[in-house]
Design a protein around this ligand. Structure first.
Ligand SMILES: C[S@@+](CC[C@H](N)C(=O)[O-])C[C@H]1O[C@@H](n2cnc3c(N)ncnc32)[C@H](O)[C@@H]1O
Ligand code: SF4
Length: 452
């Protein structure tokens, strides 16, 4: 059991490390020409050998869940689908012009918002346009996020026929009181129905998202939610720590902060989940992810081939991630770029025939090294220092690592670092030891959620 003292000590605001450097350290005004050149170079290096990854952001949702921290736009007007689709296709065409070979799309993820807000017919138009001039290898990972309340059999079937083999459904919490306070009415029958359909159609892996740390949650309600989730035996479970960021997600101000579990209560919910998942045969992948041994993600974790990017953990490391749609982020290895964050600005920039990026970052050699250490901690729980690397660690990193080691969260020496079992609960804190940007700066405005 982790002591309250440790929980309090490490419950500080820390990034989730889906990138390094993290977004607050990027330049607000990206050099678009330089981004374009970097993208082309990376495409040429990666495409033939490893293929590329695509992320497509579909931002619309019909109703607002007040806890939600995603970039979304609430509307019931489905006429918006058409205009958004046209902008996405135009953006893809702009990037396609930068690719001098047929892209090999090894990984594709559609996230949101709610991708299943779009009709199956519109999703088909979008994907056929992108895939008609691309190569999809036999071994590929195509996935999407479905809302159990509006995912239809036709959505699942259409996407399956386009090559999708993984699906993730938001379940969040099955308790009616919690659902009321987060404004998410999620009948369990819908969850069961969409998972059944996905299995019937042939999806290889079904994921459920649960969130712990929501208002009014306690051990008894969480036990029921987890039992409900386990009853459909998902291949993967994302057991997300609720990120309370009311300064950016204003709807989180709608409920009373007194109703949020305190740090000890939240950790108890996490421990409960971890125990119940383990008893049900799920393995802990790291940073809130659990999977059955039969799932590729567990095999990748054992083989040390797990990777982490803006989509979270992935089993395919392709070398280039292209993000399409409002607010999407692209990762070209040595550079990141993010698209405009409002739909209006996104449309305007695409209509001008410009890549709709607005901010980004070009990594230095030092950044690349720190990024590798952070990925090693997050994906493998271990770092091996090559000769000479230990001597190059900064005083602040050495200080942080010694402190973490004194608290029993890791062991380390000049050759390697190993995260301990207790350290697994504090992966974000351990990553921070290599985050020179954060260690060397004082971030003034509120930016990150708490680590626990
Ligand atoms: C885009 S949504 C999933 C698809 C669909 N919109 C739905 O809600 O079913 C992505 C996931 O992010 C997680 N999420 C959203 N806001 C969060 C927050 N503030 N803290 C932690 N996880 C959050 C939820 O588990 C949610 O299922
Ligand atoms: S949790 Fe899903 S459905 Fe709810 S607002 Fe967020 S993205 Fe939309």
């Amino acid at each position: 059991m982790i002591s309250l003292e440790l929980l309090q000590k490490y419950n500080v605001a820390i990034p989730r490390y889906t990138s390094y450097p993290t977004v607050p350290f990027w330049d607000e005004d990206i050099d678009r020409q330089r981004w374009s050149t970097t993208f082309q170079q990376r495409f040429n290096e990666s495409n033939e050998q490893k293929g590329i990854s695509l992320y497509i952001h579909l931002p619309f949702c019909e109703t607002l869940c007040s806890f939600c921290g995603c970039n979304k736009k609430i509307t019931k007007n489905h006429a918006v689908e058409e205009e958004y689709l046209q902008a996405l296709l135009a953006e893809w065409d702009l990037y396609r012009l930068q690719m001098n070979h047929k892209p090999v799309i090894r990984e594709l993820h559609i996230g949101g918002g709610t991708p299943t807000f779009f009709s199956p017919g519109n999703l088909k138009i979008l994907l056929e346009h992108i895939l008609r001039d691309a190569f999809v290898p036999d071994v590929h990972e195509f996935s999407f996020e479905g809302h159990p309340n509006n995912t239809t059999f036709a959505h699942l079937k259409t996407l399956y026929e386009l090559g999708f083999n993984r699906v993730s459904f938001g379940m969040q919490d099955s308790d009616s009181e919690v659902q009321r306070v987060i404004n998410r009415f999620q009948p369990q029958a819908h969850v069961i129905q969409v998972v059944d359909w996905a299995r019937e159609i042939g999806y290889e892996s079904v994921n459920l998202d649960l969130v712990y740390g929501l208002p009014l949650q306690d051990v008894s309600k969480m036990t029921q939610t987890i039992q409900d989730a386990l009853a459909v035996r998902p291949d993967r479970i994302a057991f997300y720590s609720y990120a309370h960021v009311p300064w950016t997600s204003r709807a989180q101000r709608l409920y009373d902060e007194q109703d949020l579990p305190n740090v000890q209560g939240k950790m108890a919910l996490y421990q409960l989940g971890k125990k119940m998942f383990a008893e049900a045969g799920y393995q802990d992948i790291g940073m809130d992810h659990f999977a059955l041994s039969s799932d590729l993600m567990v095999q990748a974790a054992h083989q040390g081939t797990l990777h982490r990017n803006f989509m979270g953990y992935t089993v395919q490391e392709t070398g280039l991630l292209l993000g399409l749609g409002v607010s999407s982020i692209s990762d070209a290895g040595k550079a990141f770029a993010q698209n405009k964050k409002t739909i209006r600005e996104y449309y305007e920039q695409v209509a001008r025939g410009e890549l709709p990026v607005f901010r980004g970052y070009f990594l230095t050699e030092e950044d690349l090294q720190m990024r590798q250490y952070i990925l090693d901690v997050a994906c493998r729980g271990t770092v091996t220092f090559e000769p000479g690397q230990y001597a190059e660690l900064t005083e602040s990193t050495v200080g942080e690592l010694n402190d973490l080691a004194a608290d029993g969260l890791l062991t380390w020496n000049a050759k390697s670092l190993q995260v301990t079992a207790s350290g697994k609960h504090f992966i974000r804190n351990i990553c921070k030891a290599f985050d020179l940007k954060l260690l060397n700066s004082v971030i003034e405005k509120k930016t990150f959620s708490q680590a626990v």
